[in-house]
Structures are given as structure tokens and as C-alpha cells.
Design a protein around this ligand. Structure first.
Ligand code: HEM
Length: 483
């Protein structure tokens, strides 16, 4: 029925588009689309046009923004059949980005990839990666002990190291690892593609780098299997099975594409899969701990009560540490790493709340607007883990992390990501207090409060802070050579 109504309405153009900035002749809203802080601009449009659903259009490309959670849930989840495609551009193929699961059009190829992702990243399967996560966290903690001023690099090494180990069994030993450098070079070049001129030459180079990014870890896996040093990972387990019982080329491509998507292929217009989202959340965590010493103290009291001071947390402890859970929720609420999610795309004309959403619309769930909705989150700009507790002191049921997106395209790695972030928050607070950095005269160094938000990613800009180890006992635990 909806299809029928949709087509009748689209023919007669009776239902209006949702409100939004007035289009100019020919170029439409081209100049209205924000290049930076899009989430805030779209939320402002919502206020200006007095509608949580807003629309803009340029050169035939329609964009519908959903500023309220209930609308995102209705369209992207209840009507998932119509709203699960992605916006793709011919240039993606030129760049080698068609292998990226997050950018694949809604269809059989995506479905096959998604199924394999789910088999490997569902809540039960996600537990298999705990050993890797704990190992990388220990390395992070050691780094903070030895060179605390380098914390941003330790965070980067952790955030790229976990996916690389999970996918390929590849151990990143420093931020100068060739895998990181190739990815970084590609990222910088990809960013220049939106600047007119020279872009086709850069596209060829980005494609080469994308192929390098797939080749380096694959060669590594083949070699490590041959010389018997391979450790379990998505790709090594696959090849070992392939050598034992065989596999199809299609199965091999799917595993390769997933590994490449997760470790950082495609850059998704400035975002590298699992690693950049982790770097972003870690920056937000450190910054908010520095700004909220009271929150740190409360968390540390809980950690000391449950763990004592002679061991690090594991996922077993998660249910006994509700305040850490609330910090995890609040980190992803206050600064979702992808503030406007990744756009979905509609595949049929649709009518919603009296508005016309044309087939082929980019549909943007404005996650940031939803997590800053004052009617749901009082004082939304304040970092307050307490908001996630009931009056009786138990955790409330607001456990849906909107930062992972919606419907059939919801982040398929969310259980893995959740475990990584939770372990990181709990481990760092168990071991360190995060305090203002001081200059040589003992004066506090001013904190840089800025974020950068361009493309799809939100990133905390670097700021100085110090990491003070909490006790000699915990220092010994971090340095324990038997672990
Ligand atoms: C804090 C960390 C992370 C955040 C905030 C995050 C967020 C997101 C978001 C917002 C999307 C798009 C959802 C939508 O379109 O509605 C997404 C997609 C995706 N994420 Fe994550 N992610 C994180 C970590 C990870 C990890 C660790 C993995 C893999 C183990 C992963 C794998 C993927 C994949 C494969 C997709 C594409 C899904 C599809 O298009 O079907 N992500 N993520």
C-alpha cells in the first residue's frame, strides 16, 4: 500500500518535501550543505524550520535528515526494507573502495558479507577477541607508564593494533609500522580528492595504496602460516581451513574484504573503519576524565572495591562495575565518533508524517542531535554518567548506544567495539589518574578543548595531560613479565 501511495503522490507531487533551507535556482542547496560540524548545522535547521525532519537538495540529490530518535527508528528499522541502501559514487570503484562492506549497496553481495561479519562479531564470537584486547591494553598501559606524553600515539597503536591482530594476527609494534604509514598516506590523499584539480592522479595513487593495504597483511598471513608462526585471526583461520579442506574464490574474497574494511580500508571519507572510531572515543574519554576528576574518583572507588589493586579488569568483571558501564555509555553519548552516522539511502518513494521522501534520498540519522535531545538527556553538554542510573542506584535501561547506528546497517562490530572500549576505560582508570599537565615551573598547562568535525568523523584535538600511576602495586601488575 505504501508503495502505491508513494507512487501516486510522487506523480502528483502532492506531499511536500520536509522543510529546509530554500533552494537556489539550478544549484539548489549546494551552498547550504555544511562542510564542518554538520550535525550541529542540521540540528539548527530543525529548530529554524520547526521540524525534526529536514530536507535539502542539490542537482537532483536529495538529503533527508532525521534529528529525532523515534523517526530514525521508524524509518531505518520499521521500514528497513526501503532504507538500508548506501549512497555510492562512481569514484568509489576508481579508488578501490567497492570492497568496503560499509559502502556496499544493499543487495546480495552486501548480505553475504554481513552474514560472515555476524558469524564472527556476534556477542558470543566477540568474546574470542578478549585475549587480543587484553594484550593490547597491557601494551597501552605500559606505554602510558614509560612515555605518558606520547599518549596519543599509544592510543593510535592500540586502536589500529586490535583490529590488525583480530583480522590478520599481525602485531603492530609502533606507530611507524608500514601498515599504519600506508593507511595514513592514503587517508591524506583521499582527503585531497574533494579539492578540484589533480584528483584523478590522486585517485590512481589511492587505489594503489588501497591495494597495498590489502597486500601487506595478506602476504604476512601467508608467510606466517608457511613458517608456522601464525596466530589465530579471521584471515589466518580462513587460510588454514582453505589449505586443509579447500574454499571458493568467493569465500576468500568475502573474508579479505571484511578484514580490509575493519582494519581501515576505504577511509569512508576520512574515517578508517574500526580504528578511527576507537581513537575518537579514546580521545573523548581522556578529555572528559581530565575535566571531571570527581567522576574518576567515583570510578576508581568502584574499581578498587571490586578488583582490589593487584589485578587488571577482564570482561568477567563487567556486570560488577556499573559506574564504568555508565562512563562507557556517556563517552559515546557526548561525542559520538560518527555524529551523523553513515548516511543510509532509500530505494523507494515514501511518505512519512505527511512528507515526501523520494527514492534515492540520502537519509541521515543525526545521532549527535539525538544524544543531545534535552527532553531525553538533561544538560546534554555535561559529562554525567549518573544520568544512566535509576533512583535506587541500579543502572537504567537506556543501554542502546545510538552511536552504532540503525537497522540492518547498524555497526556489525558493536559488540567487539563495546568490549574494547569498556576494557580500556576500566583498565586505565584502575591504573592511572588523569591530571592536568604542568610546565617546568609547576603551572598547569592550558587544556585544548577543541574538536575537529569534518567529513563524517569527530576527533578530539590533542591536548596535554599527565598520567599518574595510582600505586606501586598496580605498577608491578602492569610491568609483570609473566603476563
Ligand atoms: C566505538 C567504535 C565504533 C563505532 C562508534 C562504530 C560506529 C559505526 C556506525 C555509526 C556505522 C554505520 C551504522 C549505520 O549505517 O546505521 C558502522 C558501520 C560498520 N561498522 Fe562500526 N563502529 C565502531 C567500531 C567497529 C568495529 C570494532 C568493527 C569491526 C569489528 C566495526 C565494523 C563495522 C562495519 C563492517 C560496518 C558496516 C555495516 C554495514 O554497512 O552493513 N565497527 N559503525
Amino acid at each position: 500500500l505504501r508503495k502505491l501511495v508513494g507512487s501516486i503522490v510522487s506523480r502528483n507531487k502532492r506531499a511536500p518535501y520536509p522543510p529546509g533551507p530554500k533552494p537556489k535556482p539550478i544549484i539548489g542547496n549546494l551552498l547550504d550543505f555544511p562542510m564542518e560540524y554538520s550535525a550541529r548545522v542540521y540540528a539548527k535547521w530543525g529548530e529554524e524550520y520547526n521540524s525534526p525532519i529536514v530536507h535539502a537538495e542539490s542537482l537532483g540529490n536529495h538529503v533527508t535528515v532525521l534529528n529525532k530518535r523515534e523517526d530514525a527508528e521508524e524509518l531505518l528499522e520499521q521500514r528497513a526494507k526501503v532504507y538500508s541502501d548506501r549512497v555510492t559514487m562512481p569514484i568509489f570503484n576508481l579508488l578501490g573502495w567497492e570492497y568496503n562492506v560499509a559502502l556496499m549497496p544493499y543487495g546480495d553481495e552486501w548480505r553475504q558479507h554481513r552474514r560472515v561479519c555476524q558469524q564472527n562479531f556476534n556477542p558470543h564470537a566477540a568474546q574470542r577477541y578478549e585475549t587480543i584486547q587484553l594484550d593490547k591494553i597491557r601494551r597501552f598501559l605500559k606505554g602510558l607508564l614509560e612515555t605518558p606524553e606520547d599518549y596519543a600515539n599509544h592510543s593510535k597503536q592500540f586502536s589500529i593494533g586490535v583490529p590488525m591482530a583480530m583480522m590478520y594476527g599481525y602485531d603492530i609494534k609502533s606507530v611507524h609500522d608500514p601498515v599504519i604509514e600506508v593507511a595514513e598516506e592514503g587517508n591524506i590523499l583521499a582527503a585531497t580528492l574533494i579539492v578540484p584539480g589533480g584528483s584523478l592522479i590522486n585517485a590512481v595513487k589511492v587505489k594503489q595504496l588501497t591495494e597495498e593495504m590489502m597486500r601487506i597483511p595478506t602476504d604476512f598471513v601467508q608467510k606466517s602460516i608457511a613458517d608456522g608462526t601464525a596466530t589465530s585471526s579471521l584471515v589466518t583461520d580462513f587460510y588454514e581451513k582453505k589449505y586443509a579442506v579447500g574454499s571458493t574464490k568467493e569465500e576468500e574474497d568475502i573474508v579479505q574484504n571484511i578484514a580490509y574494511t575493519v582494519y581501515g580500508g576505504g577511509y569512508i571519507v576520512g574515517s578508517r573503519g574500526a580504528s578511527d572510531t576507537t581513537i575518537s572515543s579514546t580521545g573523548t574519554f581522556f578529555y572528559n576524565m581530565l575535566m571531571n576528576p570527581g567522576v574518576q574518583k567515583k570510578a576508581q572507588a568502584e574499581l578498587d572495591r571490586v578488583l582490589g589493586s593487584k589485578r587488571l579488569p577482564t570482561l568477567e568483571d563487567r556486570k560488577s562495575l556499573p559506574y564504568i558501564e555508565a562512563i562507557y555509555r556517556e563517552v559515546l553519548r557526548i561525542r559520538p565518533p560518527l555524529p551523523i552516522c553513515l548516511p543510509h539511502r532509500s530505494t523507494e518513494d515514501d511518505i512519512y508524517k505527511g512528507y515526501f521522501i523520494p527514492k534515492g534520498s540520502a537519509v541521515i540519522p543525526n545521532v549527535w542531535a539525538m544524544t543531545h535531545d534535552e527532553s531525553v538527556y538533561e544538560e546534554p553538554f555535561k559529562f554525567k554518567p549518573e544520568r544512566f542510573f535509576n533512583a535506587d542506584g541500579s543502572l537504567n535501561n537506556d543501554d542502546r548506544i545510538l552511536a552504532y547506528g540503525f537497522g540492518r546497517r547498524v555497526c556489525v562490530g558493536k559488540h567487539v567495539a563495546s568490549n574494547s572500549m569498556w576494557l580500556l576505560i576500566a583498565s586505565i582508570l584502575a591504573c592511572f589518574s588523569i591530571e592536568p599537565a604542568r610546565d617546568k615551573d609547576g603551572k598547569e598547562i592550558e587544556i585544548n578543548h577543541e574538536y575537529s568535525e569534518s567529513g563524517f568523523m569527530s576527533r578530539k584535538l590533542e591536548f596535554q595531560c599527565s598520567f599518574v600511576v595510582r600505586s606501586p602495586d598496580i605498577e608491578k601488575v602492569i610491568l609483570d613479565p609473566n603476563e
